[in-house]
Design a protein around this ligand. Structure first.
Ligand SMILES: [Zn+2]
Length: 172
């Protein structure tokens, strides 16, 4: 019997694997999101967002990890697994998580704007779908959020053309 805090330590430890993947995404110029899937304490799959690299809108960390995990177990049903992801899944990934029958998803930072799992859309707990996935949020939240914040800050600074010329000066 594990205590609540031991359980949280285990989740944090596994989230580290997802975080390392998110760092790899950032290094590749991708939005830094990483995912990992565990079953019975063993790492089945780990992946990071590769949307830009693969020029594929479906190449989110969770999607790639789900494909890897299904190949590893030889079944599309991912019973008994836990998916860790640094950011709340989008609607596509939340849909795939439900289809894969993953029983539990743990994420770091929630996405109040576009979160498809619980924040904006509640795909994981939809009564209309034939499977419901439990979730746990806020695991290593500060680190997962900092990675995203730094990435978007750097991207804004890179695309900032600098101060605009004084009004009228360019019209001469
Ligand atoms: Zn997604």
């Amino acid at each position: 019997m594990t205590s609540m805090s031991e359980e949280l330590d285990i989740h944090a430890l596994r989230m580290r694997t997802a975080l390392r993947q998110a760092v790899r995404a950032a290094d590749a110029g991708e939005v830094p999101v990483g995912a990992a899937i565990f079953k019975d304490g063993h790492l089945l799959a780990q992946a990071h967002n590769q949307t830009e690299t693969l020029k594929d809108p479906t190449a989110h960390a969770e999607m790639i990890a789900i494909t890897q995990a299904a190949a590893a177990v030889g079944d599309w049903r991912l019973d008994g697994t836990v998916l860790y992801v640094t950011k709340e899944p989008c609607v596509m990934c939340a849909g795939a998580i439900v289809l894969a029958r993953i029983p539990l998803v743990v994420w770091g930072v929630s996405d109040p704007l576009r979160g498809g799992a619980a924040s904006r859309f509640q795909i994981l707990q939809s009564e209309t779908l034939n499977h419901r996935t439990d979730y746990l949020t806020g695991v290593l939240e500060a680190e997962c959020a900092a990675l995203l914040k730094d990435f978007f800050k750097a991207r804004r600074e890179a695309s900032d053309p600098g101060p605009a010329p004084a009004s009228g000066a360019a019209d001469v």
